[in-house]
Design a protein. Sequence first.
Length: 230
Amino acid sequence: MSRFHSVLLLASAVAFPVMLDGCAGALIVGGLAAAGGGGYAAAQERGVSGAVSDFQIQTDMERAFVYAGPGLQEGVITTVYQGRVLLTGRVATPDMKARATQVAGRVSGVRALYDEVEVAPTGSTWDATKDAWITARLRSEMMLDPDVRSGNFTIDTSNGSVYLIGSARTQTELELATRIARYIPGVKRVVSYVELRSGAPVAAGSAPAPLSIKPGPSASSGAPIEVQKL
């Protein structure tokens, strides 16, 4: 949440769908449901009801972070898609990271939990404005590609790492989306938690085993891709 406030001016200048990514995006989804502007959510595979359900999970989780003690709600960013929760951001100690995972795992409706929270000392450099720019640029590139249904991909960028979560119609679409992300300037790596529509559902609370994909010689200039096996 705190990262959103630091880049409010930049976020307000990007296209509307970009605002539906990460922590700030879920807040706007809730507003859309009340204002009758749920067309974007309706175009997603999860639909309006799924978006509202995810918003409720995120709201409950952020409330739980507040009650769990200082530092969690400010440092941890939650992204929710079809009950699958991605945690990113930064906290000061390993204990805070473990506590964030424990608190999130107890929230009702969570099907799977992906922990990508970094442990970094207080005062360490984090260019939130650049992260917001990467997210906006990637969303724009996806929207312009006719072979990617961009609404089904939620994007969160944290310290140059791009995290994708959502659903893809085919393996080809998923590979195309991650390929677009890896060549955005400033991206250090791309981590995919995207679920194929034809794939088996993820068990509640399960942790994905990483499957590393090393780029070939001709693609050495792009950011590495980590595809998580769901």
